[in-house]
Design a protein around this ligand. Structure first.
Ligand code: HEM
Length: 440
């Protein structure tokens, strides 16, 4: 079937492997229309950077609810800024940090500084090192594991719990709830082309019905108790206490729901993304001949290795923006109210930016300019944390092994590998990865 007829949101072949489709779309230009959808697609690196760096003309309001939901207002005129302010409460999840714009975004983002202080990150690294060591030793002692469920997911949940100061005795409970939740962006969440409006109404109904069971509601209840308790008492020497007493740069205090939204959002943002990076990185580590030996001999190369994995197989496929005003991008006139899907994983393979983009190069010049963590005002706030937690896990797995190998019964022999990719349109990650270990 012609690329133009395949649908990014519902076609299983595209969901499982978006890269071929991205290349076919790129052939039409760095910015193009998506077939059957009222959306623009950006695959070009330069156009992606231009949009991401312009938080003035582009809004993030749709970044959590996604571009398929119809806007709750009719677009009129050449500037939708006021309409957006007026109708923002009707856009689902537009009060989450990543969906905020302008001053309100800057204010919420400043609260993260209360959590991610340099001393807090140092303490967390000590915790991460001990945890990674313990988990790596345990799976290596067993000689094999399913990496996603036995290492990646539990590890990152414990790490985010620690950074947020969730008491140790509650961390297992958090893990169970998160494990039971459906993956974000899963297939069921996309309407067939042309059915967006009916689907929006139905999904709002379903959401209202199921919201009492959602892991976010559960976490919100937990955080409410933690934060309210600490607000009511003297400042103590713990992270949640710092967070509960955090103030905006102008000295005012955020209300408790704002803090809860931020804490639960951090859980969502820092969970699946980092877990998927562990799986994606391990796939390259064991499948590129000589790579693990090189990194075991010289662990200082692990950060370079991870950056190249982030470029080639970042966990986030795309981010979304809404045009507040008309603009020219990539040779196209975009109208106020238009929505764009910025395929950062396609921009990270754009041959106009990256020499031999499909080749894995360990020390690629300018590698840190990849867009796996976004760019501009909404650049991933957890990137430093993600980088060190995954680096430390790989250091430990390599330290405790002589060899890590893929289990061929699950993934096939070299040259004929089989991978079980998650069928989502927002993320890129494996459902499972079976590896074996020869202990050091
Ligand atoms: C490999 C791991 C990760 C990847 C690939 C990743 C990717 C991203 C991307 C692409 C964005 C930009 C979204 C946009 O522009 O619309 C983002 C934003 C964000 N990420 Fe991450 N992320 C990762 C890990 C984390 C972690 C560990 C945390 C925190 C615990 C975190 C917290 C955030 C937050 C708070 C934002 C919103 C920033 C803002 O809107 O100002 N992320 N992330």
């Amino acid at each position: 079937m012609n690329a133009i007829e395949r649908d990014y949101y519902t076609d299983m072949s595209v969901l499982l492997d978006p890269y071929g489709w991205f290349e076919e779309m790129r052939a039409k230009g760095p910015v193009c229309r998506m077939a059957n959808r009222d959306l623009w697609l950006v695959t070009g690196f330069e156009a992606a950077v231009e949009i991401l760096n312009n938080a003035n003309d582009w809004s993030n309001a749709i970044s959590v609810s996604g571009p398929l939901l119809p806007l709750p207002f009719a677009v009129e005129g050449d500037d939708i800024t006021d309409l957006l302010v007026e109708h923002r409460p009707e856009i689902p999840m537009s009060d989450l940090l990543v969906a905020k714009d302008g001053a309100s975004h800057a204010q919420s983002r400043s609260l993260i500084a209360a959590l991610f202080t340099p001393s807090r990150l140092r303490e967390n690294q000590t915790y991460v090192t001990e945890l990674a060591d313990k988990m790596a030793r345990a799976v290596v002692a067993n000689r094999s594991c399913e990496l996603i469920s036995e290492i990646a997911s539990p590890f990152v949940t414990y790490v985010v719990s620690d950074i947020l100061g969730v008491p140790e005795e509650d961390r297992d409970e958090f893990r169970k709830i998160i494990d039971a939740a459906p993956p974000p962006g899963s297939m069921e969440a996309a309407p067939p082309p042309g059915k967006e409006i009916e689907w929006a109404a139905k999904s709002a109904e379903l959401q209202a019905e199921s919201s009492s069971n959602s892991p976010l509601v559960f976490m919100a209840q937990f955080f409410y108790l933690y934060i309210a308790e600490r607000r009511a008492t003297q400042r103590q020497d713990d992270v949640l206490s710092e967070f509960a007493h955090a103030s905006f740069p102008d000295g005012t205090q955020p209300d408790i729901p704002e803090l809860i939204r931020l804490a639960t959002f951090l859980f969502g943002a820092g969970q699946d993304t980092s877990a998927k990076l562990i799986g994606n990185a391990m796939r390259y580590l064991v499948d590129i001949p000589g790579m693990q030996t090189q990194l075991r001999e010289n662990p200082a190369l692990i950060p370079d290795f991870l950056e190249e994995v982030l470029r080639l197989e970042g966990s986030t496929k795309a981010v979304k923006r809404l045009a507040k005003r008309p603009m020219m991008v990539g040779g196209h006139q975009i109208a106020a109210g238009d929505k764009v899907v910025i395929a950062i994983s396609a921009a990270n393979r754009d041959p106009r930016r990256w020499e031999d983009p499909l080749e894995f190069r360990l020390k690629r010049p300018g590698i840190k300019q990849h867009l796996a963590f976004g760019r501009g005002a909404h650049t991933c706030a957890g990137a430093p944390l993600a980088r060190y937690e995954v680096r430390i896990m790989f250091e430990k797995l390599l330290e405790h092994t002589r060899n890590i190998w893929l289990v061929e019964e699950a993934h096939g022999p070299a040259g004929e590998r089989r991978w079980d990719w998650e069928a989502t349109f927002s993320m890129r990650g494996l459902n499972n990865l079976y590896v074996g270990f020869d202990p050091a």
